[in-house]
Design a protein around this ligand. Structure first.
Ligand code: URA
Length: 235
């Protein structure tokens, strides 16, 4: 593995920062000062020091992405740009999105290389709640809200009771407990409404960092990762 990649994966740095640190001579590999960011190391054997402190390789990485519209939640696509294309700078080839948001949906998406965590968060067994900010075409009636909150039928499926929070005539927060295909759009359609804009704002207790502009991402903090792994009783 390249030394700059090792360092940015392990120390929560951007590739650019990692390269600069190496070029400044702050990194020692097995007692040798290395200033070439492309220097190749074996992360399981070599000892790497940054400013005299040993750096341990970070096997798993966890990012919060504010997904923009127009990209698909996949690793590869023949037609559209994917969310993973947004992570090119990271130089990793093992990232994938946890679950899916539609191409036109924006907001919170976790991107990782940890298959266990992904499985845990998407397993129907765990019923992890997801909250969406939704702009709708018509105000919801009391009956509509009751229907959504008592478990509405969409096609052959019956949704778990959702939670509706009315923000204004045409804006709601909708919390759902499963992740069926186009679920929010189909739920609103079932009460003769239409979704005009959809943004996921939280997964369990993990909230989208509103400072992240659409298309931007950052690593999860340790605290956020704890929140995520706790969801559904993983720990
Ligand atoms: N529900 C939808 O309809 N679309 C999404 O992207 C997510 C939830």
């Amino acid at each position: 593995m390249r030394l700059d990649k090792f360092l940015c994966d392990s120390k929560n740095l951007s590739r650019k920062e990692s390269k600069e640190i190496i070029k400044k001579g702050r990194v020692i590999v097995n007692d040798n000062k290395i200033t070439d960011p492309s220097f190749s190391i074996d992360e399981s054997k070599d000892t790497v020091l940054l400013d005299s402190n040993q750096v341990k390789y970070e096997k798993f990485v966890y990012y919060m992405l504010n997904k923009p519209a127009g990209v698909v939640s996949a690793t590869k696509d023949n037609i559209d740009k994917t969310v993973i294309d947004l992570f090119k700078e990271e130089g990793r080839d093992d990232l994938f999105p946890v679950g899916r948001l539609d191409k036109d949906t924006v907001g919170l998406l976790i991107v990782t290389n940890d298959g266990d965590l992904s499985h845990h968060l998407t397993s129907p067994k765990h019923h992890i709640e997801k909250t969406y900010f939704v702009k709708i075409s018509n105000p919801l009636s009391d009956e509509d809200i009751k229907a959504l909150e008592s478990g509405i039928k969409i096609g052959d499926d019956v949704c778990k009771p959702a939670i509706v929070n009315v923000l204004s005539d045409k804006e709601i927060l909708l919390t759902i407990f499963e992740g069926m295909f186009h679920q929010v759009k189909r739920m609103l359609k079932a009460v003769n409404n239409e979704v005009l804009f959809l943004k996921r704002v939280s997964i369990g207790d993990l909230k989208l960092d509103e400072k992240l502009h659409e298309g931007k991402y950052r690593k999860l903090t340790d605290k956020e990762l704890q929140i995520l792994t706790r969801e559904g009783g993983k720990t």
